[in-house]
Design a binder for this molecule. Sequence first.
Ligand SMILES: [Zn+2]
Length: 268
Amino acid sequence: MRTPVSPRRAYTLIEVLVVIAIIAILAAMLLPALTRAKEKAQIIKCLSNLRQIGIGLHLYAADNRDTFPPLNSNQFSPPAPPENYALTIGGKDATPRFPSAAKAINRPLYPYVRGPEAFHCPADKGQAFPIKDVLGEGPWTPSNYEARGCSYRFNANPWGNNTRQTPADPDYNLAGKKESWVPAPALFIAMHEPPALSYEGQYYHWHYARGKTTVTRAQLMQDGQKFVSAIAFVDGHAAQHDFTKALTTDAAYPIEPTANWVWYKPKD
Ligand SMILES: [Zn+2]
């Protein structure tokens, strides 16, 4: 006797909609986890970059009488037309809009860190500050890496941020200093990303950005995002830190020493 085969039944519209709704819910649950995984991968890459750069700084110093790179080509040998090194310590050529950026082959770490990609933060969102002067110095978009050829900045001066104590060298800070000048190498910031500081009255979000990536001083308190930067310290180690408290608690003095980092050496 043959077993009757039930006729193939079509799905109803409701069944199809329920399946679609379940898939949408699962996707919505997975998406934040995927975003977090991507953000984690980006900061791991960034920390790896900064470790290489930290080693590069020491190799540079070893070849230059234990001295860190200068702020620009004028620091030790004026009055040549200045090439900036603080914002372009390594990496690739800048776009022609930025004539003060050093050529890639003139950048201090060019011989010491292989390839420009080590100077490229994968979360680099640029800095949309409004300066438009004769040098064409702003904005840095779509990213600092695309504009200037380097995502990171050397801690060569306070970048216009106020300090409560008089700095030992407000003009050059770490730039051109002997390694022995630095008071606490494991705490002293050598390289950072823009979110760690304010510049031109604005603040920046790169890693873990959830909204506007350039924020004005007036928008700072309502912003609600974290200011996270990967850092290379003078001793060569790299770590990520959250600068939100430093930037928002005392916005007029955002670079005072904390238990985790130091930006400048006070005058004796
Ligand atoms: Zn980064």
